[in-house]
Design a protein around this ligand. Structure first.
Ligand SMILES: [Zn+2]
Length: 476
């Protein structure tokens, strides 16, 4: 049987405003529990929410970046459900009047972008049960996160593979970083993603039964959960059975999905308009003002890199995929205006280093000036490119400057032809057979002699110069 896959994604993005969506409490991550709360975000009776204007600004920025229609009138609704991390018994969200709708991110449609408040966080204790004690189980609740502004970005079911879902998330994150509207840190929960996936046979006109997936905590986790689920559903269909409509949880340790609840238990949220907040009108003037504030986005920057710096399209797309990397590239060019060389080093050595050490661009601490000082010494052949790579790693390890490491380790290349000539004479004398071989036409013998000179100089000679000198010497 041949199958087709249909995937939709729901991303929750925490906005990086200083204060919460409906009160003045701080949104800073990591503060002591319940130290950033007030009557509004604790849902105390009689308190009234007031919309943080900056939240709406940031939402409109993302709507513009994702080519959405922007509502001229938007409204908040109450989503009613009970959970201990939700003190009011309802979440203020948006239902039928979201800020943005009908957008597009590359080939994938964006159904809607809406605002809502985040819930608090439950911390479950898991005491050790011993022979003599049976400690009580309890949960603590921290309301610091309650009321943090969230943007929910719902995609159309236009995604056809887990890999494409992964790419979509990367691009969405990249754009949000360029817009500086969110930290997009999945570990701190500032970016979360739920997925839905349905499978059907290729010739079928209808969509398959939709299964929702939750609890993925990395982009790769989303991809793996979808891959697992695609295979699981294909096997169900191949057995001639039906896929059950349900919500399943991703278990990252076991790399499987498990049933969480079936549709019968699905919540009815009884949405109704939030009576404590007015309707908000988004004027053309407001949109125009925000358009002026919009930064250059990845695609635009990629085009500019190609035309301004003459680097290949591939380089430009890699360099602009992360704002910090693109910024770093441009800072380097101020000190060393050789775009292709800088690009090569960033794409090869720096990215490799970050990958191996599992470090984000944000935490890459080497100053552009120090980095380009190293590239300059390689450029003028003071050291070879291979040594340059060693020095680069040493710089990151020791925080020393390139010049100091080269001096300390005596790495500078021997370029002085007189100094080299003496060593070459020595090698020629000691290897008369190879000399004869070369002179009788065996090119390989020359490479052996070059190798001997490199050994004598502990690799510090410039191999091209050595070859040139040897040829001169042996031809006469
Ligand atoms: Zn508050």
């Amino acid at each position: 049987m041949k199958f087709k896959t249909v995937i939709g994604l729901e991303v929750h993005l925490q906005l990086n405003t200083k204060s919460k969506i409906f009160c003045a409490c701080s949104t800073k991550f990591g503060a002591p529990p319940n130290s950033q709360t007030c009557a509004v975000c604790l849902g105390l009776p009689g308190s009234l929410p007031v919309l943080n204007a900056e939240v709406l600004n940031k939402a409109i920025k993302l709507c513009l970046a994702l080519n959405c229609e922007i509502a001229d009138e938007t409204r908040f609704d109450r989503k009613n459900y009970f959970y201990p991390d939700l003190p009011k018994g309802y979440q203020i969200s948006q239902y039928d009047k979201p800020v943005g709708f009908d957008g597009r991110l590359d080939e994938i449609g964006i159904t809607r972008i809406h605002l809502e408040e985040d819930a608090g966080k439950l911390i479950h204790n898991s005491p050790k049960v011993t022979e003599n004690s049976s400690p009580s189980l309890f949960s603590l609740v921290d309301y610091n996160r309650a009321g943090t502004p969230l943007l929910e970005i719902v995609s159309e079911p236009d995604i056809n593979s887990p890999e494409q879902a992964y790419d979509y998330l990367l691009v969405l994150k990249s754009i949000s970083k360029y817009l500086e509207i969110s930290d997009c840190n999945m570990e701190e929960g500032s970016l979360r993603c739920d997925a839905n996936i349905s499978i059907n046979t290729v010739d079928s006109k209808e969509l398959g039964t939709k299964v929702e997936l939750k609890n993925m905590n990395s982009f790769r986790g989303v991809q793996k959960a979808l891959e697992y689920e695609r295979k699981r559903q294909e096997e169900v269909l191949e057995r001639g059975e039906r896929v059950i409509q349900e919500t399943r949880l991703w278990d990252a340790a076991q790399e499987i999905t498990l049933t969480m609840r079936s549709k019968e238990e699905a919540n009815d949220y009884r949405y109704f308009p939030e009576p404590d907040l007015p309707h908000f009108f988004i004027s053309e003037e407001m949109i125009e003002r925000i358009k002026v504030e919009m930064p250059e986005l990845p695609k635009q920057r990629q085009k500019r890199f190609i035309s301004q710096y003459g680097i290949p399209e591939y380089d430009a797309s890699v360099l602009t995929s992360e704002k910090k990397m693109a910024d770093y590239f441009e800072q380097c060019l101020k000190f060393f205006n050789k775009p292709k060389i800088v690009s090569n080093w960033l794409m090869r050595d720096v990215l490799n280093f970050l990958k191996i050490e599992k470090i984000d661009w944000e935490d890459f601490s080497l100053a552009p000036q120090d980095f380009t000082d190293l590239l300059k010494t390689v450029e003028v052949k003071e050291i070879s490119i291979n040594m340059g790579r060693e020095v680069f790693l040493e710089m990151l390890k020791t925080n020393k400057k390139a010049g100091d490491i080269i001096a300390e380790k005596g790495l500078a290349q021997v370029n002085d032809e007189r100094e080299l000539a003496a060593i070459i004479d020595k090698v020629i004398q000691a290897n008369s057979k190879s000399v004869k071989d070369f002179q009788s036409g065996k090119e390989k013998a020359l490479m052996f002699l070059v190798g001997q000179v490199m050994r004598e100089t502990k690799g510090k000679a410039n191999a091209a110069v050595v070859q040139k000198l040897l040829r001169e010497r042996l031809r006469c």
